[in-house]
Every structure is written in structure tokens, then in C-alpha cells.
Design a protein. Structure first.
Length: 191
């Protein structure tokens, strides 16, 4: 079983690459951002709780996010492996994920970090916002706040996964195909 964490700032291409990797390796792709947006559009209790955080570009509180992620894994017992996209984003989430997977005799195979400069990412997000209508992608202030959240809360996970020998940096600049190729080279080396 292969379980991958796709790591990187907003706009680094986690979602796009996750979709390719999902079909290539027959993995189940879980994007916590997509799950939250689904809850928001269905006006569920969780969606209502999460919305104010997402609107500001803040992270949703850990426990809500961890419980939602666990449910998604539990609901897919047939999966051959998972791609975690946008999760974990804090050390607490990363520890909870390790503990949860351990209980199931599963583990993270690798964390693949898509690297790109902030200015490139802001441009990508603003363009994406025009197409998708995502309000958190349309306002540079919110985008910069998401980067702040990343720097303060998510960046420490580099050390967390490096200490486990699982952290791999990937150049996230280039065409979608080029980046997929870099990722698949890495993943194939793990199989
Ligand atoms: P994304 O689509 O991954 O950019 O996520 C959009 C928003 O959902 C983020 O800005 C957060 O507000 C929230 N979110 C997604 N994943 C997480 C997570 N693992 N922890 C906390 N908040 C999250």
C-alpha cells in the first residue's frame, strides 16, 4: 500500500497533480479543502463551522479537520492507498495522522513537497479564482494570509517528515506534465 502526502503552499499544484497521481497509481485522493467546500455547498453543520475560517484564509481548527479526514479514510476501506492533499497542515494533524494510520497498520510512504515562489503562486491563485469563483483565491490579502498560516503552522512539517526520512522536495515550476513526471520518477523509486 502506498500513502502519499502532497505538500506545498496554496497554488503549488497539489490538487492538479493529485488528480493525475490518483489515476496513475490507483489511489484514493482526499483533499481536505475540497471536502470543506463540499460541506459548505451542502450547508452542513461542519460546513457552517468551517466557512468563516476559510473565508478569512485561516486554517480550520485541528480537531474538526482531523475528524473529517478520518471519516473519509474510514469510508473508503477498499482503497489501495491514499493521496492526502492539503492535509496535514499542522504538527498536531501530522501526529494524529501517524497515530490513526498506525492503528490500521498503515503508514505514510512519502511526503512530496511542490516548491514555487510566492509571486508565482499569487498569480496562479488569482487566475484560478477568476475561473473557479473561489472567493479565497480572489483577494490578494486573503492569499497572503494563507501563506502566513502556511509559514507559521505548516512549514514546520518539513522537519517532522524529514526526521522520518520521508520528505522529498520537487520543483513545482514548469508545465503540468513536467511536474507530473518529476513526481512519478520519485514515486516509482519508492515502489
Ligand atoms: P485548499 O483547497 O487546500 O487550499 O484549502 C482551502 C481552505 O480550507 C484552507 O485555506 C483552510 O481554510 C481549509 N483547510 C483545508 N485543509 C485544511 C487543513 N488540513 N487544516 C486546516 N484547514 C484546512
Amino acid at each position: 500500500m502506498i500513502n502519499l502526502v502532497l505538500f506545498g503552499k496554496p497554488g503549488s499544484g497539489k490538487g492538479t497533480q493529485g488528480e493525475f497521481l490518483k489515476s496513475k497509481y490507483q489511489l484514493f485522493h482526499i483533499s481536505t479543502g475540497d471536502l470543506f467546500r463540499h460541506h459548505i455547498s451542502n450547508q452542513t453543520a461542519l460546513g457552517k463551522l468551517a466557512q468563516s475560517y476559510i473565508d478569512k484564509g485561516d486554517l480550520v481548527p485541528d480537531q474538526l479537520t482531523i475528524d473529517m479526514l478520518k471519516d473519509s479514510v474510514e469510508n473508503n476501506p477498499e482503497a489501495k492507498g491514499f493521496i492526502f492533499d492539503g492535509f496535514p497542515r499542522t504538527t498536531k494533524q501530522a501526529k494524529a495522522l501517524d497515530d490513526f494510520l498506525n492503528e490500521k497498520s498503515m503508514h505514510i510512504s512519502a511526503t512530496l513537497a511542490l516548491e514555487a515562489d510566492d509571486d508565482v503562486l499569487v498569480d496562479r491563485l488569482i487566475n484560478r479564482g477568476k475561473i473557479s469563483g473561489r472567493t479565497d483565491d480572489q483577494d490578494e490579502k486573503k492569499i497572503r494570509n494563507r501563506f502566513e498560516e502556511y509559514n507559521n503552522k505548516t512549514a514546520p512539517l518539513r522537519d517532522f517528515y524529514s526526521a522520518q526520512g520521508k520528505f522529498h522536495s520537487v520543483n513545482g515550476i514548469g508545465s503540468i506534465e513536467e511536474i507530473t513526471q518529476r513526481l512519478t520518477l520519485l514515486i516509482d523509486g519508492l515502489l
